[in-house]
Design a protein around this ligand. Structure first.
Ligand SMILES: Nc1ncnc2c1ncn2[C@@H]1O[C@H](COP(=O)(O)OP(=O)(O)OP(=O)(O)O)[C@@H](O)[C@H]1O
Length: 271
């Protein structure tokens, strides 16, 4: 029960953080400024972001951002510190509520702007997988329990959930490490567990915020390779925040933010 209590506390913490989002400013606006329909990324988008604005209190940090996240493709978000990358990623993930504009998911056409906090959390659990800069693993759980968390929270039987999570370990280079606690794993191994946790529900969309930011270059490249393999094997889309141009260039599409606006889009050259 301790494990399950930890899981619920972790969930509640994430969702309460969204509930505490600062007030909405009505002064934001903006029209789509560019097209992401290039040779590499043509086709119906998985996520359509239209005119999304966001303010923290009186400070507007996103100004009517519009972009498409293509189905089954990897998209990098780049830009200077403070340009709004993480805020945009959190809006796409439903962690923050869109204050202006719409974020529509293909299929049932769910608009995250119209969903309440609990519905966004349910959508996130069932259709999205998240990877953060440091694994954000629960220290008292084993590696495989951490990876199985999204299934356990969604009511899958404990043994089944662990079995499904464990199957992901060998392809991610984690063979034999199921029973280790996060504190007994290297940073790169912890990020691999985080990728397993993000994959375990077979999501349509992977969202990663500087997933290699805390790793040395070689380990970061390995983790990035695994993340792209995960995205392709799932047939999912990936949105990745990164400061590293080489990592960004391994994505299909690179969106550049500046001062809360997308100022350019280009195809990755190292795909
Ligand atoms: N919870 C918050 N409350 C108030 N201001 C915030 C909050 N989160 C972010 N900001 C501010 O919003 C702006 C955009 O932040 P955001 O984290 O989205 O940028 P970023 O491009 O991801 O930056 P970095 O590359 O440094 O991580 C920054 O000026 C930041 O200080």
């Amino acid at each position: 029960m301790n494990s399950l209590n930890s899981i619920w506390q972790a969930r509640q913490g994430l969702d309460t953080a969204s509930a505490g989002a600062p007030a909405y400013s009505t002064t934001m606006g903006g029209a789509p400024a560019y097209s992401t329909t290039t040779g590499a990324t043509a086709g119906a988008p998985l996520l359509s972001v239209r005119g999304v604005g966001h303010a923290y209190g009186e400070t507007t940090v996103l100004h009517g951002v519009s972009c498409d996240i293509p189905q089954g493709r990897a998209v990098a978000l780049m830009g200077p510190s403070g340009s709004g990358k993480t805020t945009l990623l959190h809006l796409m993930a439903g962690i923050l509520a869109p204050q202006q504009g719409s974020i529509v998911l293909a299929g049932d056409q769910s608009d995250l702007a119209r969903l309440g906090i609990e519905d966004r959390a349910a959508l996130r659990r069932s259709r999205f997988g998240l990877v953060f800069q440091s694994g954000q693993l629960l220290g008292e759980l084993t590696a495989v329990e951490n990876a199985a968390l999204p299934l356990i929270v969604d009511g899958v039987a404990y043994a089944d959930a662990l079995g499904r999570a464990s199957e992901l370990f060998a392809p991610l280079g984690l063979g034999g490490l199921d029973a280790r606690r996060p504190g007994e794993l290297s940073g790169g191994q912890q990020q691999r567990v985080a990728i397993a946790r993000a994959m375990v529900t077979r999501p349509q969309l992977l969202l990663a915020d500087e997933p290699t930011g805390a790793l040395d270059r070689r380990t970061g490249e390995e983790v990035m390779t695994l993340l792209l393999q995960a995205q392709r094997s799932l047939g999912a889309s990936l949105v990745l925040v990164t400061h590293d141009p080489e990592i960004a260039q391994r994505c299909d599409l690179v969106l550049h933010l500046r001062d809360g606006r997308i100022v350019s889009a280009s195809e990755g050259v190292l795909r």
